[in-house]
Write a protein that binds this ligand. Sequence first.
Ligand code: ATP
Length: 275
Amino acid sequence: MTFLTAQRIGVSYGDVPILERVDLRVEEGALVTIVGASGCGKSTFLRILLGQERATSGTIAINGVPIAAEPDAGRGIVFQRYSVFPHLTVLGNLMLPAEFEGSRVLGRLFGRRRRAAREAAEAMMDKIGLDHARDRYPAQLSGGMQQRLAIGQALLKRPRVLLLDEPFGALDPGTRRDMQAMLIDLWRETGMTVFMVTHDIQEAFHLGTRLLVFDKIRHDPQFPAAYGATITYDIPLRGQHMSPDAGAFRLDAEPAVTNAGNPFLSRATSEETQP
Ligand SMILES: Nc1ncnc2c1ncn2[C@@H]1O[C@H](COP(=O)(O)OP(=O)(O)OP(=O)(O)O)[C@@H](O)[C@H]1O
């Protein structure tokens, strides 16, 4: 059954269209990687999925229900730049989601609930390999450690959808590979649906069970900003990390590259060919 449905999403800033007619259906548990030229609207699409911004037109629904007008605990996001709190230690950062949730006014928990939050934070610290750094502040951590912390913090809210905006873009190749492996482990373990923007096409193919390419279909050389981008390719993948029976990809699945289901693409292409 379709988990997330985006229908005819359009986003404009002022009269500049950024995205147009984005249609998408995603099964629960997919790991969707997203690539596209710089500035084509990938981060904008993630913000719309998060509910941080409203689309100018179209709808997004999860299990048939339009998503909330504001971000909620069901959707977590991790950005390329470290989004952890600099004045809190690793442990403090990992306890924060529970403290915010359990005590919106004071932002602090006491007694049994605090102990439970601490236990959850310690288990996550172990999972993301930061138990040896529990009392360090973000400034005392490497880039990879800070990103692990940010992912751990997002996961503690047990999101059903995790949005990653170039999460490993600032990391060296070795750390990046470790982080990719950690993400795959956590994705398998939680069954969450992941959308990940990356500029690294190899990473997109390696990690994804599905790859989306955002691009403009229509171009006006006189007015480069006249048209927005949409999904031009939607490619089912057998992530290199997947075992053959993992179920996210079947060898007898539909065509490896598909844009035929995008009516806008067919129409725009014919428009383009007109004199
Ligand atoms: N709040 C805003 N107001 C006006 N324009 C915006 C706003 N946010 C984004 N834009 C513009 O929308 C376009 C798409 O931005 P977005 O960050 O989504 O692109 P992107 O594909 O993620 O780019 P990159 O790969 O470089 O991160 C850009 O031209 C950007 O300048």
